[in-house]
Structures are given as C-alpha cells and as structure tokens.
Design a binder for this molecule. Structure first.
Ligand code: ADP
Length: 483
C-alpha cells in the first residue's frame, strides 16, 4: 500500500469518525430536547385544564359536583385529552380522539390513585403517543385522572429526515475529504517522488553531478533534499578523488615500469659489454660496473620510496626521540654535497642551533631534508645555487631549502605534495613523484609544517618548521618569513 493511499485512508477515517461522533451527538441531543419539549408541553396543557376545573362539592365526578371544562378548548391538532373517573371510566375526551380512548392499565390507575403524575408511551390506534397522566384531586381525594397525549409521529418523521441528512452529509464529506486528502497527499509527496526519480536517474546513469531540484520551503523535506544533495556533493568529491587516485596509480605504474625498465636495460647492456669486452678492456669493464652500481642504486631508491609509503599507509607511527639538530643537519649536508656537482651549495647553520634538540626519528628527519635538497639540485639548471639554512629560537626550528631553479607553476603548488604527481616540465628529470609526499608524511609525523613558496624561473623555497624539544634559549637571528 502506497504512503499516498495510507495517508488518504487515515485522513478519511479520522474525518469520518469525527463526523459520525458529531452526528450521533446532534441526533441524541435533538431527540432528547424534542421529547423534553413534548413532555413540557403536555404538562402545561394539563395544568391549563386543571386550572379550569370547578369543584362545587367534593364527591364523585358522576355526582356533577365537579364541573369539567370543555376539553376541546385545550385540544390542539396534535394534542388529545381524556378524563377518566377513579374507576377508570372515561368521563370526557377531546373530539379529535373520535371513537378512540387512551387505554388505561390497572397499574397506571393504581399509580394515579396515589396522587402521582407520570408520563408513559401508549399505542393508540396505529399511533405511538406520549401521554401525561395527571390525577385530579379534590378535598385530598383522587377523584379522577386527566390524560393529555401527543402523537410522536411528527417528531419521529423529523428525526428520521435528520438521520438521513446526517448520513448523507457525512458520506459526502468523507468522499470530499478522501478526494482532497488524495490530492493533498500527492502534492505533499511530490518532492519525495522527485527525489526518488532523481535517485533512479543517478543510479542508472551513474551521474553524480546531478542534484535534486527542490524549490519549496526549508521544511523537513527541504532539509532532506539538502542533506541528500550534500551527500551527493561528498560522493561526487570522493568519487572524483578515487578517479584521480586511480589515474595517479595508473601513471605511477607507468612511471615505475619506465623507471625500472631504464636501469634494467642499462644493467643488462653493461653486463653484455663486460661479457664481450671486459676481459680485454679492464677500463670498459670498470665503467660498466660503475653504471650497474648507480642504476641498481636508483632502483633500490624507488623501491625504498614505495616501501616508506606502504608503511605510512599501514599506519606506521615514527618512534621519536630527542635528537641534536646540528648533528643530523651536518650529516645530511655532507651527503648532499656529493650530489651538488656544478651547483653552488651553501649551508648556513645558525649559531643558536648548536644546542637545539628536537624530538625526531633521525633517519626519517635526514630523509626529509634530503628529499628537499635532492629536488633542489634536480630542478636547478647548472650552475645554480642551492642554500640550506637552519635557524632556531626557543620555540621553533626553521629549516629552509632554497634554490634559484625552474620554479613551480602557481596552480601546481597544491598538487606537488600529492602522491605520484610530477609536473610535465619535470618529466625529463628522473623522479617518481613520491619524494614530496614522503616528505609531507615525515613532517606530519614530527608535528612539523612543510610549506613552499615559488616563483617560476626564479626558484623555490621549501620551509619546515619544527617545535623545539630543548634549547639553550638562544634567540633566532634574522629569521625570514616563509609561506
Ligand atoms: P619527483 O621529484 O620524484 O618528481 P617529488 O614528489 O619530489 O617527486 O616532487 C614532485 C614535483 O614537484 C616534481 O615533479 C616537480 O615538478 C616539483 N618540484 C619539487 N621540488 C621542486 C623544486 N625545488 N623546483 C621545482 N619543482 C619542484
């Protein structure tokens, strides 16, 4: 059963029950009031008759000591009067009774002998009548009984018509309520229908860009549409991210196979060369061995990078311990010097940093600085300049790697930390696109921030800010702002 049908049914049932209850109340109240009115009327008429009775001398009615009025004077088209003596014999009656008499039971006669007035229902001819029995008393003796009656047929007919009217109006109202309810439910559920249609289209077409169009107020349905639309936003964003990461993975696989293929080809070529000419030409053998060693090293670097990221993905947290900053920087600088080649590599380690201790994993800290230096050397055309500057104050350590190389396009700046991202310009230079994402993960593990500022063709500056664990409270000298 649809919600629309359910709502309509409930709506009609509630309206129907309300109308039936209302009709019953009206009908009962009206029939009770009418009966009361008849009773009052009968009593009033009886009183009129009684007031007109003249008592000449107490005795039996037959002795003509009591003079009855002309009861016809008190009769109305629907009102009938009858007077009986204490034995139950009819003494007088209104002419509209013709040859009918009000039947009088023994019980009623006995009740009247007690001086009690009472109402009763009687069948007179084919008519049902309401009768008011009023004992006539003279000198403290019941000498007769006055009976005033009225037919109930008129009231019954009116009540019957009212009954039909109430049934008819109730039926009509229920029908109208059902029809209006059906349309109201349709209008109220229209947005739900729209939502379901849009959801079906989204499911069929897998079109996450589609949104539910809702123009109504911000009621419960408005909020539902808003929530669903924002859910679709998130889904679209997540799907897009997934698609991007899938593309990146595909690019990565292509890059990795390319990166692995080149050194493998070089290694194979060099091995062939050694086999063919190595024995006669020791110098050629020597050069080939060097090539093999350097290519093997490149391959192992790539594999190591992938390992680090795999560990990061597996939720590895680095065990940090207090480390003397200077020692680490000097070790990295020594290794980096070997890579500098024709590049002018300057190191500036502020005096204030001599005693500075930070919480770090020394190996990963070295790797972080090394990645930045390696990039600076890679993306700077020779002869360029690369500077490693370290400054400290009592709260923070700032490590800056600055080059005057090719720089990075402004719209690429936010992508370079993403995994596998490599700018088109940097493709001729070897790399995996993993370095900066590893650097970012290491920085996060050290509660450090890693930022970059770059101007195309002028150079780039990467800045890492570490919190200090312990220092000799030296003041930082000439620290530059970084973004
Ligand atoms: P890889 O260097 O192996 O390509 P990275 O993650 O280290 O991967 O760097 C991502 C990209 O960021 C590089 O491909 C390059 O385009 C850009 N990049 C990084 N450092 C520099 C830099 N010092 N100068 C210019 N571009 C850089």
């Amino acid at each position: 059963m649809t919600i629309r049908l359910k709502l309509t049914l409930w709506y009609s049932i509630v309206i129907g029950l309300t109308l039936i209850a209302f009709s019953i109340i009206i009908y009962t109240f009206l029939s009770y009031s009418l009966a009361q009115e008849i009773d009052r009327n009968l009593a009033g008429r009886a009183m009129g008759v009684v007031r007109s009775i003249k008592v000449l001398d107490p005795g039996l009615l037959r002795s003509q000591k009591i003079v009855l009025p002309d009861v016809d004077v008190f009769g109305y088209p629907n009102t009938y009067l009858q007077v009986v003596d204490s034995n139950g014999n009819v003494v007088a009656k209104s002419s509209n009774l013709f040859n009918y008499n009000f039947p009088l039971s023994r019980a009623a006669l006995a009740q009247s002998q007690n001086g009690e007035s009472f109402y009763e229902w009687l069948e007179v001819g084919d008519q049902r009548m309401r009768i008011y029995n009023y004992p006539l008393v003279a000198e403290n003796r019941v000498v007769g009984l006055l009976q005033v009656g009225q037919t109930f047929a008129g009231v019954q007919a009116a009540l019957g018509r009212l009954r039909w009217l109430l049934w008819f109006i109730s039926g009509l109202m229920i029908l109208a309520a059902g029809t209006i309810g059906w349309w109201l439910a349709k209008a109220a559920l229209k947005p739900v229908e729209d939502i379901s249609k849009t959801a079906t289209v989204i499911r069929q077409d897998l079109n996450l860009q589609q949104r539910i169009d809702y123009q109504g107020p911000r009621d419960e349905l408005g909020q539902l549409v808003e929530t669903l639309n924002s859910m679709l936003d998130s889904l679209e964003a997540a799907y897009q991210k997934l698609a991007e990461s899938h593309d990146a993975q595909k690019r990565f696989v292509a890059d990795v196979s390319h990166e692995l293929k080149t050194p493998l080809t070089t290694i194979r070529g060099n091995i062939d060369l050694i086999r063919k000419m190595g024995d006669e030409h020791p110098d050629i053998r020597h050069e080939a061995m060097d090539d093999i060693a350097s290519e093997a090293e490149r391959m192992s670097r790539l594999v190591l990078d992938m390992l680090v990221l795999a560990r990061a993905d597996a939720g590895l947290t680095l065990p940090l311990k207090p480390v003397v900053l200077c020692d680490v920087i000097q070790q990295v600088a020594r290794q980096a010097k070997l890579l500098a080649g024709a590049i002018d590599f300057k190191i500036s380690l502020a005096e204030e940093c001599q005693q500075t201790v930070i919480l770090a994993d020394p190996d990963y800290l070295k790797q972080l600085v090394f990645i930045l230096l390696d990039n600076a050397f890679k993306y700077t055309t020779k002869p360029g300049t690369v500077e490693l500057q370290v400054k400290c104050n009592q709260d923070q350590v700032q490590i800056e790697v600055k080059d005057n190389g090719m720089g990075i396009e402004p719209d690429e700046l936010e992508n370079i930390f993403a995994r596998f991202y490599r700018s088109d310009k940097s493709r001729p230079v070897g790399g995996t696109g993993l370095g900066l994402s590893i650097a970012k993960w290491i920085a996060e593990q050290h509660q450090a921030t890693l930022r970059v500022k770059s101007i195309l063709q002028e150079g780039s500056t990467f800045t890492i800010m570490f919190p200090v664990y312990a220092s000799n409270k030296f003041k930082i000298g000439g620290a530059r702002e970084s973004t």
